[in-house]
Design a protein around this ligand. Structure first.
Ligand SMILES: NC(=O)c1ccc[n+]([C@@H]2O[C@H](COP(=O)([O-])OP(=O)(O)OC[C@H]3O[C@@H](n4cnc5c(N)ncnc54)[C@H](O)[C@@H]3O)[C@@H](O)[C@H]2O)c1
Length: 455
């Protein structure tokens, strides 16, 4: 099977990570993207994204000739399995933009018109249930002049990787979901994965609409759990002696909630959870199903920024004209992705309050600059960022920020007011170190440790 050529249409976080893992494993992989600048960088060995392990893998697979990035559709039909991994961004009403997947499907269909032999098209992009059968199948069949069946297969294979761990999780998935238009489609994809992993992985073999539905059910469930957790954490912040870290143990050990979605704080962001929850809410509404449970997870999430600002203002008063440091811009540690990052929403809310905002992130500065321009000041380091500030927020849980000791906050800041929006610090240690710290989800029981007394 490893002789099988595989193609990826769309070389973003998902397409590139998966393509490189397959190429590194011995598959011959063609990669297509419409973004000429991206393809040029890839050819030069620059993945353009910060993702653990991806640089080396790119250089290795370019050198071995196993991965060939192209900016035009050329000889796609040489590949037996063609993955569609283009973006499906939000439209203003929350529904997803399907134009990119549809245009990719049309291009692939055209390429398959004069091709011979069996081809399988796999939709890996996240699409609303019904999209693959309702929009992608007709495009491919029309453009190729072939029907899905004996010589042409179609499958949905939703992606569950987390940015920052994309390579690791592609190599070690929890489980695979394969929705096939027919038995041959599912079997062909499963065979490829069996060969890639060397042994069968836990796999849900199902139909295309069920596979699509699973992706939204899982991501929206995760979004709901995170907003539930933040509701509890916000309550903890208000009850002396409550610490969400303790409550979390119960959620994990007694309620057996997924530990990867138990972090309380500023809320979730990124290119998936908010977008998928929004798309599901929009689809539920259209389908006449009450979307309240899904929509409220988004409202709660949006409000976490105000909760963090409330904590800061509770200690130091209004933020207008104050110099405020925001540490962390990526939507989470381990990535340079700032799409829908809560940190960026926090910066926006602070600017609205007319604060003088200084920002720093270990890897996302370039992306932040492209988005925020001259509205903020860019610091060279975390310590440079908090220097002379009136207030600081931890907005992304980078390990690097753990190196800022209480004494550093005291020495560098004008007044050491700190809101830990990601619960990275041991609050007691910082209170004892005379930092006026507020942590989302923690309320000190000991009055002598409360921020006002600690000074
Ligand atoms: N990022 C994640 O963590 C993640 C996880 C699971 C699922 N997904 C889903 O996977 C899909 C891709 O996400 P991503 O984060 O990799 O997106 P991305 O925006 O990083 O990359 C998409 C790529 O597709 C390219 N593209 C667009 N139209 C094209 C076309 N017609 N032909 C060829 N290339 C085209 C773009 O230039 C871009 O490079 C989305 O549907 C997303 O919801 C993403």
């Amino acid at each position: 099977v490893k002789k099988t050529k595989i193609a990826f249409v769309g070389l973003g976080y998902v397409g590139l990570s998966t393509a490189l893992c397959l190429a590194d494993n011995g598959f011959q992989v063609q990669g297509f993207d419409v973004d000429k600048r991206k393809v040029k960088a890839l050819r030069d060995g620059n993945p353009l994204i910060h993702e653990k392990g991806i640089d080396l893998m790119l250089r290795r697979t370019l050198r071995s000739g196993k991965f060939i990035p192209e900016d035009g559709f050329r000889d796609v039909s040489e590949s037996k399995i063609i993955f569609i991994t283009v973006g499906t961004p939000s439209r203003p009403d929350g529904s997803i933009e399907t134009e990119y997947v549809e245009s990719a499907a049309r291009e692939v269909g055209k390429q398959l018109r004069s091709a011979s032999g069996y081809h399988l098209v796999v939709v890996k992009s996240t699409v609303i249930p019904g999209t693959t059968e309702g929009k992608i199948r007709p495009s491919i069949e029309r453009e190729s002049g072939r029907k899905i069946g004996t010589s042409l297969g179609l499958a949905s294979n939703p992606e569950f990787l987390h940015e920052g761990a994309a390579v690791y999780e592609t190599l070690h998935p929890d489980a695979l979901v394969i929705g096939g238009a027919d038995k041959k489609s599912s079997a062909t994809l499963k065979e490829m994965y069996d060969s890639f992993y060397g042994k069968p992985q836990p796999t849900v073999l199902t139909t295309i609409p069920n596979a699509e539905m699973m992706k939204y059910a899982i991501n929206s469930g995760r979004a709901s759990q995170l907003s539930f957790v933040n509701t509890i954490a916000n309550y903890c912040t208000r009850v002396p002696g409550c610490d969400y870290s303790e409550v979390r143990k119960g959620l994990s050990l007694v309620a057996k909630m997924d530990g990867r979605y138990l972090s309380a704080g500023l809320g979730f962001g990124g290119s998936c959870l908010p977008k998928d929850a929004r798309a599901l809410a929009a689809a539920l509404k259209t389908a006449g199903v009450d979307p309240a449970l899904v929509s409220s997870s988004l409202t709660i999430n949006d409000n976490q920024v105000n909760e963090a600002i409330r904590l800061a203002e509770g200690i130091g008063g209004g933020l207008e004209g104050k110099r405020v440091a925001v540490l962390g811009l990526a939507f989470k540690a381990g990535t340079d992705d700032i799409r829908e990052s809560v940190s960026i929403a926090l910066v926006g809310a602070l600017l609205k309050k007319r604060a003088d905002v200084h920002i720093y992130d270990p890897v996302a500065m370039k992306n932040a600059k492209a988005l925020l321009g001259s509205q903020v000041t860019y610091a060279k380091s975390a310590k440079d960022c908090i220097r002379n500030s009136d207030c600081a927020f931890i907005a992304t849980g980078w390990d690097e920020f753990l190196r800022i000791r209480p004494a550093d906050f005291r020495r560098l800041m004008k007044s050491p007011i700190l809101v830990d929006g990601r619960r990275i610090y041991d609050q007691r240690k910082y209170l004892i170190g005379k930092v006026k710290i507020k942590t989302i989800g923690t309320c000190p029981a000991d009055e002598s440790l409360s921020p006002s007394d600690a000074m």
